[in-house]
Design a binder for this molecule. Structure first.
Ligand SMILES: [Zn+2]
Length: 287
């Protein structure tokens, strides 16, 4: 069993030129040829299944000034058409759960728009991109979005920590600004993507220990270094969630294998790789 809480569904036409260029350098082969081939309703699930993934969170994005815009209609259509194909009789299902992205500088009524995306297009959660959309996480303009997500029971994935992309403003990635949000929205499930990488690991760990509704998501971190970054990871076994950040991280399995090799209890590894995410996403899992 494996749940990947962080997969980008952006095609080349959605990305700004400097993002294309950066990601190109990470790949030995032709990344964008792979992306074009794989991000179709017929191909995406076999691709995820071939990496052992049972469920994956697929991300929309609306950050035109910095990295690009991956439209909700495209993400919803890709996920719905792919999920409508029959499940394999055994093994990983590779199903997708679409997450929306609402930019407070573009959308006026965030709560209303989120509700529409959930009811009309089937979105299952939201991703917040403060370093690419340039707002603090506790900005009052974001509160209608958080309130609606809490009301609808939608989990919220939040970019925390650094980014290498042109135009990103790292100060907005400080996980401590989620302290206000976690307190003001006690029933909103918040996942800190990248767990505050690389200079806010302590803050992220503290936030997840302190707030029952805050989780660490470890995409973009080398799996083999997790115990170096978080020596007391075992104590947070029920608050850590795996994600790959594909295709920003070209390897869908490398960090899974690295986590499996860590000196943690088997039960903790199971929680990180799927059990915690299954509870948050409300998906049923095969034993
Ligand atoms: Zn990402």
């Amino acid at each position: 069993m494996l749940i990947d809480f962080h997969i980008h569904l952006s095609r080349r036409e959605h990305e700004r030129p400097w993002v294309l260029e950066y990601l190109d350098h990470l790949y030995e082969g032709d990344l964008w040829e792979l992306v074009d081939r794989v991000l179709t309703p017929a191909e995406i699930r076999p691709f995820l299944q071939s990496h052992g993934i049972d469920w994956a969170v697929g991300l929309a994005e609306d950050s035109p000034a910095t990295v690009g815009s991956t439209p909700h209609e495209y993400v919803a259509d890709l996920c719905a058409k792919a999920n409508a194909l029959p499940d394999p009789p055994a093994g990983p299902r590779g199903r997708l759960l679409p997450f929306a992205s609402l930019n407070p500088f573009i959308v006026n009524d965030l709560g209303h728009e989120l509700e529409r995306l959930v009811k009309e297009l089937g979105f299952r959660g939201i991703k917040v991109y403060p370093v690419y959309q340039h707002h603090y996480l506790n900005d009052i303009r974001m509160y209608p979005l958080y309130a609606k997500a809490q009301e609808l029971g939608l989990p919220m994935l939040v970019h925390t920590g650094s980014s290498v992309f042109k135009g990103a403003r790292i100060k907005y990635g400080d996980p401590l600004h989620l302290d206000d949000v976690a307190i003001d929205f006690p029933n909103l499930t918040i996942l800190m993507a990248h767990s505050g990488r690389p200079f806010w690991y302590q803050q992220a760990f503290w936030m997840a220990r302190q707030h029952k509704n805050v989780y660490m998501e470890v995409s973009g971190l080398p799996g083999k270094k997790l115990l170096e970054y978080f020596p007391e990871l075992e104590r947070l076994a029920d608050k850590v969630v795996y994600g790959s950040d594909w295709p920003g991280n070209p390897h869908l399995r490398r960090n899974v294998d690295a986590i499996l090799a860590l000196s943690l209890k088997d039960e903790t590894k199971e929680r990180i790789l799927w059990r915690n995410a299954a509870g948050i996403l409300g998906v049923e899992v095969r034993g």
